[in-house]
Design a protein around this ligand. Structure first.
Ligand code: 48F
Length: 257
């Protein structure tokens, strides 16, 4: 009865994974490049990391390169990270050019190989808040949310929650929408027009804990900080992911490099 066995393996294994990830060290919202580099590093350091991605295909804005020309650019100071992940690339003066599909799949492979568990087709629809600290996230199947089905969610408890939802900073917005006091340098969530050089610096500088238990990284950090977008250059996303990982490791007094 192969058909029975195949289904049984999938159902049993999925629920083992879910059960094992109901209480994690780090819950990462969104599966873009900052999320994948943070997850890779945190998992390598032995933390239990779960990533929740709304789409079927994690990887966020990486796959299409610039304007669907499927090549992207990173600064050459992250060459050692690309080497660590075993990526192929071409050095072009101060930049490195990487096939965007190869980039996305390498990040995904390495994050999950290091132990991060990725739940795709899952939307984080809310946060768990106790005593003025974010203690977890509230999840539901993406089709439930998209079709507006009247189905209650479940929760994932986490020591740390990271908003890696990109431009809209969806998790931070869950606090802002409730009028909960949070430090927004320009008073609202908004990104500014393109300036790749400044944006690449800004994203790293603004990667931080914005509310007890809640961190921002990647484009979410840019929108929350009120900085410029940077288009198809991705070194800042990687550095932002690694910075958030280091900040969490520091909080746990785990040695960082
Ligand atoms: O936007 P995204 O790729 O995140 P990022 O790591 O990288 C930004 C760059 O791709 C690019 C850029 C670089 O210069 O400007 O935009 O900041 O990926 C964010 C992911 O989060 C998912 C969304 O589907 C995407 O894959 N996401 C957004 N909201 C939710 C979510 C949510 N509420 N629950 C689950 N996933």
């Amino acid at each position: 009865m192969w058909d029975y066995e195949v289904s049984k393996i999938i159902v049993e294994r999925f629920f083992e994974k879910l059960n094992d990830n109901l209480n994690v060290d780090v819950a990462i919202v969104g599966g873009g490049p900052s999320a994948l580099s943070a997850s890779y590093y945190l998992s390598k350091k032995g933390l239990k990391v779960a990533i929740f991605e709304a789409k079927n295909e994690p990887g966020g804005g990486t796959w299409g390169g610039g304007m669907m020309f499927n090549e992207l650019v990173v600064e050459n100071d992250i060459k050692s990270f690309l080497d660590e992940l075993g990526m192929n690339y071409l050095i072009k003066n101060n930049f490195i050019s990487v096939d965007s599909v190869h980039f996305a799949s390498s990040l995904l492979y390495n994050a999950t190989k290091a132990g991060a568990i990725l739940f795709n087709n899952v939307i984080v629809e809310d946060i768990v808040l106790y005593e003025n600290k974010v203690n977890g996230i509230v999840i539901n199947w993406a089709p439930v949310i998209r079709q507006k089905l009247h189905v209650d969610p479940i929760t994932i408890m986490a020591k740390f929650v990271v908003d890696g939802t990109g431009h809209p900073a969806n998790v931070v917005n869950m606090l802002v929408d409730r009028g909960i006091d949070i430090d927004l340098p320009i008073g609202k969530i908004r990104e500014y027009p393109m300036n790749a050089k400044e944006g690449e610096k800004f994203v790293v500088e603004n990667t931080k804990e914005v509310f007890p238990g809640l961190y921002v990284m990647g484009m979410a950090a840019v929108s929350v900080g009120g900085g410029p977008r940077m288009g198809p250059i991705f070194g800042g996303m990687i550095k932002s992911g690694l910075k958030v990982a280091n900040k969490i490791l520091e909080k746990l007094s785990i040695e960082v490099k």
